[in-house]
Design a protein around this ligand. Sequence first.
Ligand code: G1P
Length: 289
Amino acid sequence: MPKKLRKAVFPVAGLGTRFLPATKALAKEMLPVVDKPLIQYAVEEARAAGIEQFCFVTGRGKTALVEHFDIAFELEVMLRERNRTKELAELEAMRIEPGSLLSVRQQVPHGLGHAIWCARAFIADEPFAVLLPDDLILSETPCLKQLADVYAHTGGNVVAVVDVPREHTNRYGIVKTGADDGRLVEVLGLVEKPTPHQAPSTLSIIGRYVLMPEVIAHLAKMERGAGGEIQLTDGMAKLIGQQPFHGLRYEGRRFDCGNKVGYLEAQIAFALKRPDLADAVRGFLKQYL
Ligand code: G1P
């Protein structure tokens, strides 16, 4: 039986320059989709996969991310006085249990691999999940739960994958594929942001991972990869052949909330899933099309 998956790391140190001026003083992970910040979607998804311990890899100006999961004392007193039981229950449910949220500082923007390495003391010798809050996924079963269920059978490393147009391979980590049953695919190699010409396939990694702690030793070598950064993909590639490594074509739709079009699309898609908003949104959309 693979070791239980209890820990998740959330790399949230990015500056969000693509969303300036909105992100001048606001962490990009606090940008809401409908009425919930991106970080909360990621934390809720992790919880639904059985995660009990959370680590935010942050940087300067990101304290709101940790605050968001704490008690908001004055606000909660006020809601109680006004009998706003629904809002109060929502706030209580989203809190992270005392002691279960840690944050570490990345200090320098040396890449995703470096961010994960910064969480090494938290990870210790356990399997862990990584969730990139920019990748927002709308699905029946939360995406990380889908990965965790696969991991419980296969053990080893499991990453979420999706086919992308060949001209987009230079935006993602790309899988060299082995045995493939149409859902689960054996990972034989990984390349970070290859040109369309060099890409071994068009199967790309999106921001959900179940990883083994051995990846840290590889990241610790601080080898620079694509874009001069320490890449998680390169560290993961070193595990292939040593441990099971699978890609899961997850069920669901992914929105890249790291860019404006993806973010706007997510607003619409998530609003249309909300019983309290869907009709109104559908109504006004018609006027614009
Ligand atoms: C990161 C990873 C990349 C992955 C992508 C998913 O890239 O390095 O392998 O495919 O996230 O969103 P970034 O988007 O940070 O450039």
